[in-house]
Design a protein around this ligand. Sequence first.
Ligand code: KG4
Ligand code: ZN
Length: 366
Amino acid sequence: MPRVLAIETSCDETAVAVVAADAAWPGFAPRQLSSVVASQIDLHAAYGGVVPEVASRQHVETLPFVLERALQQAGLEVAEVDAIAVTCAPGLVGSLLVGLMGAKTLALLYDKPLIGVHHLEGHLFSGFLAEPDLRPPCLCLLVSGGHTSLIWMKDYGDYQTVGRTRDDAAGEAFDKVARLLGLGYPGGPQIDRWAQQGDPQRFPLPEGKVEHPYDTSFSGLKTAVLRLVQQLQQQGQELPIADIAASFQARLTGALAQKAVACAEALGLSTLLLTGGVAANRELRARLTEAARQRGLRVVIPPLALCTDNAAMIGAAGLCHWLRGEVSPLELGVASRMPLEGIPSLYLGGGGAHTEEQTGSAAAVL
Ligand code: KG4
Ligand code: ZN
C-alpha cells in the first residue's frame, strides 16, 4: 500500500498528514491514516488578518510537534512512507519555505523522493478523499480566503481554470463586510451566523457586473454594503446587522451557485465539487445543492476539515503524482503565485523546478 507523508504550511495552518492509496492505480482511492492541523487563527485575529512574518515564525515553532503527532496517529515512522509531499506554491513565501525545508530535510535524511504540490491541486483532491468513487472529469468551485475559482478537472493532472475572481476572493469579501459590520475575524462564520436570523430580501444589493460568464467580482457588492452602512449610520439608525449580513450573503452565494451550475452544464460535466473554507457557508451549500439538484448534477461537498487547509489533501495529490511516477528535484523552490498550468514544471522531466523565489539546493540550505 503506497503511503505519503504530507506537509502544508502555505498560509496560517501548520498541517501534516499521512495518506495511503487503497486501490491500485488508476482506482486510486486515497485514504487518510492521520491528519493534524494546528491553526494560527487566534494569533492573527488581533491584527484582523494574517501577518506573514508572524505566520512563518509560528510554522517553525509548531511544525515539529504537528509532524510527531501525525506520525503517532498513523502508527508509522518516516522510514515507512514512500515519499514526502509538500505544498510549494502558491502561498506566503516565508510560510511555504518552512514546510519545504522541513520536507527536504526529511527527504534527505530518510532518502525518500520529494513531491512538490500545488496548493489548489490539493484542494481538488479533498473530493477524492471524501468520496472514493469520485473520478474526473468534474468541475470544482474553490472558494477560500485567497481564491474564487472554477476549475475544470479534465483528468488527474489536467486542469483548466474556467472562472476566476476579478477582485476580492469570496472569503475576503466575507471578511471585509464582516469588518464593516463590526464583527470579528475571520468574518465568514460570523456573517453566516448573523444571516440565519436576517431577512435576505430587505436590502437589494447589486451583483458585480463581469462580462465573462463564469468570472466573479465582489468589490461592487462590498462597496454597496459600505454605502448602506454609512447611510444608516448618518441617519442615526442602529445597524440591522442580521438583515445586512443575510442580504449580502444571499447575493454572493446566489451568484456563485448560479455560475458554477451554468459552467458545469456548458462543459457537459455531471459532477460539481465544492471546497475551500467558504464551503462551510450554509447558504452556499444549500443553494449549490438545490441548483444542482434541479439540473440533475451530482454535488460533492467534503467534510469541513477537508475543505479548509489541511495536509491530507496535499498528501492525496502527492500520492497521485507518486503513482504516476512524478517526483520533484531537491532544488525545488517556492512561488507565491503559480497558475495550475505550472504544475508539470514541479516534476522532473516536466521542464525543471519552477522557482519564482529560488531557495537554492537542499544541500546548500542544510
Ligand atoms: O480555505 P480557508 O480556510 O483558508 C484560505 O483562505 O486558504 O478559507 C478561509 C476563509 C475566510 O475568509 C473565512 O472568512 C471563510 O473562509 N469562511 C467562511 C465561513 N467559514 C470560513 N465564509 C463564509 N461562511 C462561513 N461559514
Ligand atoms: Zn487553501
